[in-house]
Design a protein around this ligand. Structure first.
Ligand code: SF4
Length: 585
């Protein structure tokens, strides 16, 4: 596996992924070889392995199954599915079976919320899991059938495109955006992009033209273009569909950006959960090279640019742009201090633009149709359209594109949602809105979203939703800064305590003050938004929290009496006097 490897430290993650795929873990011998070849310490390699959830220091099963833990999977009976899978495969969750044939575990959202319950087997997506499918999967595993021989329908991933708007209707011709930009002039094309009002579609909403201009004006040896396809926000799957249906236009947008900022190299950072798209995307790139749309003389106009696809390895934080750049450099995806921002010091400390898949898709079409065309849709501060991933309690989950300014109630009508309790806009890091707020609009001025739109009907429990999201953040915290590393765990414990009925007077206030601490003192966006599920539900449904409290003045967050059990055993005492009475009745 490593004999003909391209030994550069920036390749470390890719090399580790190869080793993991072959040996089901990263053997010590591979770490030795890599440390020697890359001239980096073993500890640095181990740190990378330990950071990414798809890499392991100990062997996983020959069939490694991960089941998505997204809230929408839970709504589709995920717990029972997982339990059934565990019993059929005779392996506990989080374990490798004694014969090494199969391992089973949970994983964060796999981006299949429109066709769950979902999971992965050896990195490939399993969708619409139910008991008959599990019976079949268990039989295939016991027969030790190669995954390439498994029935294709087990891995079928549908696009579920239900509503196309100005971007998804009538994609542009291949090469049209580059041709238009070169004909019009790059400076004039940047002015068109500025006129369009396009803002980044990942959620933050920074003006795209301003970002590209800052990067272009930064003098440096090299510039880089990065497409962020690491959509890990639970409930988001639009980039999966955009890359499956419109990869050419996304690559075209990246090439346009490269021409404007003067980059010769670009990267598509594809989340590891989308491994199934890898070969198809490589084929699109090959075809673009063969037709002069990538390479050293694009369209015969002297433009040089190429794109490499880099796969992530199961870390939500790598959706944060500076963490993504760290990951591209073969390191753990820990967010950098900012400033400097990537536009001045990004990949290998060179000026780099990082944009979302949808942003590049839009930029390519704007280059062809002009800024006024795009600015003619949407609202004053939110030009154009937004592509949504809609899932949860609705009849038609999938992809919907709307001009900005659309009312939430219209979206709910279109996707067939009835008896709605509320909607989580923008995923766990976004906002929960109640059914009193459905006149609100989707726009940067009101409700911004990277694309996630999860519907909950009145059979759902708001506290269960907040709990799932809070656990998600505690799990995905990269651990770099204390307010988030410790704070998200404390939020999880405190919320569990209240939900489990052990909360007492003061616990909700303490939960709220902890939320503020995590929000205000965390290093990056993950920590700064980790308290949103609690804060937005607490604000709307304070009684739900209060009603779970016990009518006592105080109960500690841990079992003090239980902690003294060892001391009691050593003292050979178990009488009433050897027990603490913690709870004031
Ligand atoms: Fe890591 Fe959380 Fe700190 Fe961000 S806020 S750097 S995810 S620990």
């Amino acid at each position: 596996i490593l004999i003909d490897a391209d030994y550069q430290p920036v390749r470390l993650l890719a090399l580790l992924r190869k080793v993991q795929a072959q040996y089901r873990h990263i053997p010590a011998a591979a770490i030795d070889i890599l440390a020697e070849a890359l001239q980096i310490p073993r500890a640095q390699i181990i740190a990378v392995v330990e950071f990414y959830s798809f890499l392991h220091l100990t062997p996983q099963g020959r069939y490694d199954i991960l089941i998505s833990d997204s809230i929408t999977d839970h709504m589709l009976d995920k717990e029972n599915i997982l339990g059934y899978l565990s019993s059929m495969l005779k392996v506990d969750v989080g374990e490798v079976r004694a014969d090494g044939l199969v391992s089973l575990n949970n994983t964060s959202c796999t981006g299949m919320c429109d066709q769950g319950p979902a999971g992965l087997v050896n990195g490939l997506p399993l969708t619409r899991l139910d008991r008959p499918r599990i019976d079949e999967i268990a039989a295939l595993i016991e027969q030790q059938r190669d995954i390439s021989d498994w029935p294709a329908y087990l891995f079928a991933v549908e696009d579920n495109l239900h509503k196309a708007g100005l971007l998804l209707n009538a994609p542009i011709e291949k090469g049209a955006a580059i041709q238009a930009a070169l004909d019009r002039g790059l400076e004039a094309t940047l002015a068109e992009l500025d006129r369009s009002g396009l803002r980044g579609r990942g959620g933050a909403g920074f003006k795209t033209a301003a970002k590209w201009r800052f990067c272009a004006e930064e003098s440096a040896e090299r510039h880089y273009v990065v497409c962020n396809a690491d959509e890990g926000e639970p409930g988001t799957f639009k980039d999966r569909v955009l890359l499956n249906m419109h990869a050419d236009q996304v690559f075209e947008g990246m090439t346009l950006a490269a021409a404007i900022i003067g980059a010769k190299q670009g990267f598509l950072y594809l989340r590891g959960e989308y491994l199934h798209l890898y070969d198809k995307l490589q084929a699109v790139l090959e075809q673009r090279r063969a037709t002069g749309l990538l390479g050293d003389n694009i369209l015969g106009r002297g433009l040089e640019f190429d794109i490499e696809i880099c796969l992530g390895a199961g870390a939500y934080i790598c959706g944060e742009e500076s963490a993504l750049i760290e990951s591209l450099e073969g390191k753990p995806g820990i967010p950098r201090n900012r400033p400097p921002y990537p536009v001045t010091s990004g990949y290998l400390n060179q000026p780099t633009i990082v944009n979302n898949v949808e942003t590049f898709l839009a930029a390519a079409k704007i280059a062809v149709l002009g800024g006024d065309w795009f600015a003619g849709f949407g609202t004053e501060k939110s030009a154009g359209s937004k592509i949504l991933s809609i899932c949860g309690d609705c009849a038609r989950p999938g992809i919907y594109e709307y001009p900005f300014g659309i009312a939430i109630e219209q979206i709910l009508h279109d996707c067939g949602a009835t008896d709605v309790l509320g909607v989580q806009i923008g995923g766990p890091s976004g906002t929960f809105i109640s059914n009193q707020e459905f006149k609100r609009q989707l726009a940067f001025e009101d409700l911004a979203t990277g694309g996630s739109f999860i519907v909950f009907n009145n059979s759902r429990n708001v506290l269960d939703i907040a709990q799932n999201f809070t656990h998600f953040f505690a799990h995905e915290s990269c651990g770099f800064c204390t307010p988030c590393r410790v704070g998200t765990s404390l939020l999880k414990k405190q919320l569990d305590k209240i939900i489990d009925g052990h909360g007492s007077a003061g616990d909700v206030a303490e939960l709220e003050s902890l939320c503020q601490l995590v929000k205000n003192y965390s290093h990056c966006g993950l920590g700064q938004t980790a308290a949103n599920p609690i804060l937005t539900t607490l604000q709307r449904y304070p009684d739900l929290y209060q009603n779970r409290l016990k009518n006592i003045s105080y109960e500690p967050g841990f079992d003090l009496d239980g902690a003294l059990e060892i001391a009691r055993r050593m003292a050979r005492r178990n009488d009433a006097g050897a027990h603490l009475s913690q709870v004031e009745e």
